[in-house]
Ligand binder design. Structure first.
Ligand code: KG4
Ligand code: ZN
Length: 324
């Protein structure tokens, strides 16, 4: 079964065709990141305009080699995300659905981040604990099976990605902050440096699965005189320590047979290194961690909620457990 995947929830315009949820036949991603670098963060209006400019060229590239009759369904991110950006993908999907007479499968962007694992790996056992760490979300869920998701906890304020982005801005490292902090942290030589300020590990020892990263940002604001590579290293350590500890705790409590990690922050090497010490942790290749159309098609394949185009609409506030 061939599914077209359309993703436009934020600043990436991405389209892909995936066969049976596991084989990428074609995938393209255009990004307006360059525009947002200048503003050190995403301006929703700019992101939406760039989506509009990119969607037809990207779609054209993908569709050209395919006879559209061989495409069985169209999948599209309906939320969460920026409304102006979501509309572009959703209206494109609706138009194609009407034109080709194919059903649409609506996809939750956060669920799709976890499904990057089903795209890349075979035989992932359930129950699984899922950690979504994207730019705007940090969420822990329990997946009993495809389509059976229970919320365990999430951030009470800033998401982990947001914390990387905001602390990078404080340190003058530019946008997106995650890769910038990681690059600066790589310059820190542990044996040669005196440890300076220790940042907090928010909510690490609390008996729940919630997170809070906004205090870290304040702590970094007070520590800007510290050596920059050290501070970047310590930010990365603090964020990844909390993410890993809470995920492993959830996995133990719910006797999970696997842990699935997804979202842009899952591209972080230090996070991957820490998770690698535990068994049965699945983290996709970095290019599948950030936004792309293939994971949308995969999530659609494993949760085939065929829907007529008339019923599809964008939902910026969609939650990870919302059954579409
Ligand atoms: O999932 P994503 O591509 O977009 C959203 O759905 O939000 O995630 C973007 C987030 C940004 O906050 C970015 O700083 C972070 O992922 N990120 C990273 C890395 N690459 C991207 N954070 C830490 N280390 C990285 N290597
Ligand atoms: Zn994302």
């Amino acid at each position: 079964m061939k599914i077209l995947g359309i993703e436009t929830s934020c600043d990436e315009t991405a389209v892909a065709v995936v066969e049976n949820g596991t084989k990428i036949l074609s995938s393209q991603v255009a990004s307006s990141e360059e525009f947002h670098k200048k503003s050190l963060g995403i301006i929703p209006e700019t992101a939406a305009r760039e989506q509009l400019k990119s969607i037809i060229p990207v779609l054209d590239e993908i569709i050209k080699p395919f006879n559209h009759l061989t495409i069985d369904a169209i999948s599209v991110t309906v939320g969460p995300g920026l409304i102006g950006s979501l509309i572009i993908g959703v209206e494109t999907a609706r138009t194609l659905s009407w034109l080709w007479n194919k059903p649409i499968i609506p996809v939750n962007h956060l669920v799709a981040h976890l499904y990057a694992n089903f795209l890349q790996f075979k035989n992932i056992p359930f129950p699984a604990v899922g950690l979504v760490v994207s730019g705007g979300h940090t969420e822990l869920v329990l997946l009993k099976d495809h389509g059976k998701i229970t919320y365990l906890g999430g951030t009470r304020d800033d998401a982990a990605g947001e914390c990387f982005d905001k602390t990078a801005r404080i340190l003058g490292l530019g946008y997106p902050g995650g890769p910038a902090i990681a690059a600066m942290a790589a310059k820190f030589q542990i044996p040669n440096s005196k440890f300076q300020i220790k940042l907090p590990r928010p909510m690490l020892n609390q008996d729940n699965f919630d997170f809070s990263f906004s205090g870290l940002k304040t702590a970094v604001l007070r520590a800007t005189k510290a050596n920059k590579p050290y501070l970047a290293w310590e930010i990365q350590e603090a964020i990844t320590d909390v993410l890993v500890a809470k995920t492993l705790k959830a996995s133990k409590k719910y006797q999970a047979k696997s842990i699935l990690v997804g979202g842009g922050v899952a591209a972080n090497s230090r996070l991957r290194e820490k998770f690698a010490k535990s068994a049965n942790v699945f983290i996709p290749d970095p290019k599948l961690c950030t936004d792309n159309g293939a994971v949308i098609a995969t999530a659609a394949y494993f949760n085939k909620k065929f829907t007529p185009w008339q019923k599809i609409k964008p939902n910026p506030g969609l939650e990870i457990t919302d059954n579409l």
